[in-house]
Design a protein. Structure first.
Lengths: 351, 252
């Protein structure tokens, strides 16, 4: 086998994922109580459908949902991949080290203490719209967690398992904080907040989606430009420095961007866990560990997973839509246990 | 020539690890750093390579002051093989290709890949090229990290115990290749070795470290039973065998 063959193989794997994503998106656009054929669906998609109701259902209801799942899943997947690379920890992801929980606490804080509401009709009559205030708060708290994790890993050099334990500690702390805030919340605030604990893909409009898209796309670009650096980090910090990587600043900037991406997605979608944990592992299985392929692979796997999760949540007891956050957590939990066991076995044999 | 002067390092609030070291290393020669555990050998290498920042001192390669270069520029002059080899899932080929990182911006050229392929051939690693590094033995991993360092085409090669988990044949293979490349490319190689006899066979110059300072430096004439006893705290006989020195321990 040559290097070129390897590259072609990995590119084909990526292509396969793109095709799967396209098919899955079509299935997701079709699924629902309003029945529609594929040809009608495509013409509605391009705004040429014979019936107005088809156009309305596809373009205004299902398409935003599908796009939200794709963009959100990509962001969660790729930031999981980068977190695992910079923290050198296969168990790391926004939800396992506490970044997600920090973000949802921030969102809760914005709604209940700062009075931001995310309902479409009640956009605050101020400089900041409700969503932006929620996003900003979510970002601040997720960033605080990211900085704490980074400090712990750099100056205390804690191992992978301990890092997850501190993640659990952060999660519990923020959950406690969230509960306290809820205790003092009014009923309307509470109902707004339930959104964050359930996760929901239906509350985004095209403007929200474009904001998410721009941030996810820019972060993907940044990560992609640093793919060699993440590869170098894979071989250890000292080796990375010796091939010219500025490890400390790479870690700080990467963590910052991961927190931003996570915060934006969580502010729009609610808490959705385990996508960021699972996607990089799926990507590595399909495309190998070179970040030239793992980064786009993780983004695609994240999008696929979230789309699949949403499809399950919508169809399993249709027409009831189950909370997506609960579905991903339910599917992701066993995977997490499996990774912990696998990691333990690897360490045992490497001794 | 590499000139190191007045190099001192200490951890924050810690004891002095390197105490105003100064030495020279010549192009085309292998310099062995010898000494007990904790003498500061690894710290010295890490300070030369900016993995640790020395508090005082200069490291000059000809006219270039290496400590003032950016990490990326430094990586074009100096390569480093760490004591521990990584547990990475990256393939062998990609790992060695990382040695080209200081030179490339976005894509690896055909020249870079050809270089990696020729290093794989030189070190008999072709069959492993697309295996993940963490599936290989410790010895194979050390050879891969050595290949990665050579892919950097450095002027100075630093190696911290590059042969610790290699068997005798692979030790000799790596060290003789090191020497060959050092002479052919007139590189400066600085290597930490624990095996005195191996260092006597493959190195040209020696630097004995004791208590964070340099005890003696020079060619193999400095390897005497007195010097070894003073630096290692071990009584040895130094024999001559087939024109080569041989250090034989005789007790504490």
């Amino acid at each position: 086998m040559t290097y070129e063959k390897q590259k072609v193989r990995n590119s084909l794997a990526l292509l396969l994922m793109i095709v799967c994503l396209g098919l899955m998106a079509l299935i997701a656009l079709r699924a629902g109580s309003y029945d529609i054929t594929i040809s009608e669906l495509l013409s509605a998609f391009f705004g040429k459908a014979s019936s107005d109701s088809a156009t309305l259902v596809i373009r205004n209801m299902r398409l935003p949902r599908v796009l939200t799942a794709i963009v959100g899943g990509m962001g969660l997947g790729v930031s999981g991949c980068v977190l695992q690379a910079v923290l050198r920890n296969p168990l790391a992801s926004a939800s396992t080290i506490g970044i997600s929980q920090g973000a949802s606490f921030g969102a809760c804080f914005a709604i209940i203490i700062l009075g931001a509401s995310t309902s479409k009709t009640a956009v605050l009559n101020t400089f900041l719209s409700g969503r932006a205030l929620v996003t900003g708060c979510a970002f601040l708290f997720s960033l605080a967690v990211a900085i704490a994790v980074l400090l712990l890993s750099r100056f205390r050099s804690i191992g992978p398992q301990s890092m997850i334990l501190t993640g659990i500690a952060f999660s519990l702390m923020f959950q406690g904080g969230t509960t306290l805030l809820q205790f003092f919340a009014s009923e309307t605030e509470l109902s707004t907040f339930v959104f964050w604990t359930f996760g929901d893909l239906s509350l985004t409009d095209y403007k929200d989606i474009s904001v998410m898209f721009i941030i996810v796309a820019l972060s993907l670009l940044f990560f992609w430009l640093n793919r060699w650096n993440y590869n170098a980090l894979e071989t250890g910090e000292n080796n990375a420095i010796s091939v010219g990587v500025s490890v400390a600043s790479l870690q700080v900037v990467s963590m910052l961007i991961c927190s931003l991406v996570t915060a934006v997605i969580i502010a729009n979608l609610g808490t959705i866990s385990f996508i960021g944990l699972a996607a990089p592992h799926i990507a590595r299985g399909l495309t190998g560990s070179n970040h030239s392929f793992t980064l786009p692979g993780s983004a695609l796997a994240g999008a696929l997973l979230l789309l699949l999760g949403d499809l399950i949540s919508r169809t399993i007891i249709s027409p009831v839509v189950l909370p997506i956050g609960a579905i991903t957590a339910f599917l992701g939990g066993p995977l997490f246990v499996y990774l912990i066991l696998k990691g333990g076995k690897q360490r045992a044999t490497s001794r | 020539m590499l000139q190191v002067d007045n190099l001192s390092f200490q951890y924050k609030r810690g004891t002095l690890i390197l105490d105003e070291l100064a030495f020279r290393a010549n192009a085309g020669e292998c310099l062995a750093i010898l000494g007990n555990n904790g003498a500061g050998k690894s710290t010295l290498l890490k300070c030369l390579n900016k993995i640790l920042r020395p508090q005082t001192g200069t490291v000059c390669l000809e006219e270039t002051s290496l400590l003032n270069l950016s990490n990326k520029e430094l990586a074009k002059h100096m390569a480093f093989v760490d004591q521990q080899s990584p547990e990475s899932q990256l393939s062998v080929f990609d790992t060695i290709l990382l040695g080209r990182r200081p030179y490339l911006n976005f894509v690896a050229s055909k020249k870079d890949k050809d270089l990696v392929q020729s290093l794989l051939n030189d070190l008999n690693l072709e069959d492993l090229a697309f295996r993940p590094v963490n599936e290989l033995s410790g010895g194979e991993r050390q050879k891969i990290m050595f290949a990665r360092a050579l892919a950097q085409q450095p002027k100075v090669l630093l190696m911290d115990e590059p042969t610790s988990s290699l068997d005798l044949r692979n030790k000799c293979e790596v060290l003789s290749l090191t020497r060959k490349v050092t002479q052919a490319k007139s590189m400066i190689t600085i290597v930490i070795l624990h095996d005195l006899n191996l260092s006597l066979e493959y190195c040209d110059r020696f630097l004995l470290m004791k208590d964070h300072q340099i005890y003696a430096a020079g060619d193999q004439s400095i390897i005497t039973s007195e010097a070894i006893e003073a630096t290692y705290g071990l009584r040895v006989n130094v024999h001559e065998l087939d024109g080569r020195k041989l250090v034989v321990p005789i007790g504490i």
